[in-house]
Design a protein around this ligand. Structure first.
Ligand code: HEM
Length: 405
């Protein structure tokens, strides 16, 4: 007789789920692809096809209440701090076009020498120690400094801006709403941006902040509130997510000695870095869950999620869907670029991540430098500590030892 497994409930607040959400996703994909958690009154989609469809369907899956389910983040005013991420078309489309006038591929590409310099500095400090915490000493520093560079935060302010940005996104275990320290740091950040925008209005430079102020389409421009909300969004959307990507990359690679040797063995093969990054994004992405507010009933797989519901798009589950990826639960950096192309780690459709190219560039530069300078890397997996968070998945601490080439 086959054992019947009890029905599974997706609870994003549950530590067990946060430690390893993948068995829950697997069960839901198979047995309840449109899932309802009655206690939280929360719906969830877990199959790749359904999520890809939801990301691209207009007029049903709304961002108007934001994308995070924390009490103080969810609601019709989410756009005030989340900018375009908390809006629907046509306003999101118009503002995104304006912002894109400043946030151009060229501007991201021009950051390359600075990303390299920052990488060399922080990695040099790590290698000199031999043993260090990859998050505190490297991955937690690089992304925010790159965003500061992009926005035009002067060198002397960067350490403080990074410190405040960390407090904005930091959550103690078991705290599921924005804590007072986080609210205070957010205020500090907004005041800082108000001053920076005022300065750029007086004296424009060639940074993103100046470009956002000057961007114009059909006579329309962004006002100060729009610029400030967008700068704030970059800190929230682009900082911790990229830190966690770098953490997962070394964590998962070092769990598989054969894969580690493919990259670090011999003289090192930095040609493998790009697919190592993509496979990390697929296998264990930092942005696992996106919330949507339903503007109309959604009928799928024989049940109905009613209009007005809160529904989660489980990106981390889509990336493990066996109908799209072979052996989805295996971390394998030898997958082809074609196989990895459908990953949904950066979303899709109208809200597709504006920073995807920047995140990839940072990860590639950082990991290439690591491969070029280290003969081998070792991670103390038992001592790694995950953050317990509803919004991001990743490590707060990754103790690492490096043998220099
Ligand atoms: C590994 C790193 C990153 C991941 C996994 C990630 C993930 C995502 C996802 C899933 C979305 C779509 C949200 C939705 O559909 O509601 C998004 C949107 C966005 N991301 Fe990223 N992101 C990363 C890095 C960055 C960086 C470095 C920046 C900028 C500095 C950035 C800026 C944005 C912005 C501005 C949006 C909003 C776009 C819109 O609403 O139209 N992200 N990101």
């Amino acid at each position: 007789m086959t054992a019947v497994r009890e029905a599974v409930v997706l609870d994003p607040y549950d530590y067990g789920f946060q430690d390893d959400p993948y068995p829950t996703y697997a069960w839901l994909r198979e047995h309840e692809p449109l899932h309802h958690n009655p206690e939280l009154d929360l719906w969830a989609l877990t199959r790749h096809a359904d999520i890809a469809d939801a990301l691209r369907t207009e007029g049903t899956y709304s961002n108007s209440h934001g994308v995070a389910i924390e009490k103080s983040a969810w609601g019709p005013y989410a756009y005030k701090v989340m900018s375009i991420l908390g809006m629907d078309p046509p306003r999101q489309k118009r503002l995104r076009s304006l912002v894109s006038r400043g946030f151009t591929p060229r501007r991201v590409h021009d950051l390359l020498p600075r990303i390299q310099e920052l990488t060399d500095r922080y990695l040099g400090e790590c290698l000199a120690k031999g043993s260090f915490d990859w998050i505190a000493d490297f991955a937690g520093k690089l992304p925010m400094d790159v965003i500061s560079e992009l926005m035009g935060v002067p060198e002397e302010d960067r350490a403080e801006v990074r410190r405040q940005a960390d407090i904005v996104v930091h959550r103690e275990d078991g705290v599921y709403d924005v804590p007072p320290a986080g609210a205070e740091a957010s205020l500090w950040m907004v005041s800082y941006f108000i001053e920076m925008v005022a300065q750029r209005r007086r004296r424009p430079t060639d940074d993103l902040t100046s470009a956002l102020i000057q961007a114009e389409i059909d006579g329309e421009r962004l006002d100060d509130d729009d610029v400030i909300a967008f700068l704030f969004l970059m800190v929230v959307a682009g900082n911790e997510t990229t830190t966690k990507l770098l953490g997962h990359a070394v964590h998962h690679l070092t769990r598989r000695p054969a894969q580690h040797d493919l990259v670090f063995g011999g003289g090192g093969d930095s040609g493998r870095v790009a697919l190592w990054v993509e496979e990390t994004l697929r296998y264990d992405t930092s942005s696992q869950l996106l919330a949507r507010y339903l503007l109309r009933d959604v009928e799928l797989h024989g049940r109905v999620a009613p209009q007005g519901s809160k529904l989660l798009l489980c990106l981390g589950s889509a990336n493990r869907d066996a109908s799209v990826f072979e052996r989805p639960d295996e971390f394998d950096i030898t997958r082809s670029a074609d196989e990895l192309a459908p990953i949904l780690s950066f979303g899709g459709g109208r809200h597709y991540c504006l920073g995807a190219n920047l995140a990839r560039l940072e990860a590639r530069v950082a990991l290439t430098a690591l491969v070029e300078r280290a003969r081998s890397i070792e991670v103390d997996h038992d001592a790694c500590r995950r953050v317990h968070s509803v919004n991001v998945r990743g490590f707060a601490m990754v103790p690492m030892t490096v043998e220099v080439r």
